[in-house]
Write a protein of this length. Structure first.
Length: 101
């Protein structure tokens, strides 16, 4: 496997991935209030070409690619903790403040 080719391909997605992550950060998603985040993830899955995207009755977003006997599942929490008093922040926590090293 050519690590350099993988790295170059990944760097080609940097802008799109950064934009997607900033979108997720900008949408408040505290527990029981994450519908906006779910809808944004659903839209991203559709835009990158998932074969099927659905939201189940529990509010989980499910994406499917390909077919066959084997299934790979990825499970993650989407909800976030509250930001507390926004006046105590040095920057807007929904702005996706970014630094580069």
């Amino acid at each position: 496997m050519d690590f350099q080719k993988i790295k170059e391909a990944a760097q080609g997605y940097r802008g799109a991935m950064t934009g997607f992550l900033r979108d997720l950060i900008a949408i408040p998603g505290e527990s029981c209030g994450e519908e906006g985040v779910i809808k944004r993830i659903e839209a991203e899955m559709k835009s990158v070409g998932f074969d099927r995207v659905e939201i189940d009755p529990m509010g989980n977003v499910l994406g499917y690619m390909g077919s066959g006997r084997q299934l790979i599942a990825y499970d993650a929490h989407i909800d976030t903790v509250g930001i507390g008093n926004i006046d105590t922040w040095e920057f807007d926590p929904y702005s996706g403040f970014e630094t580069r090293k």
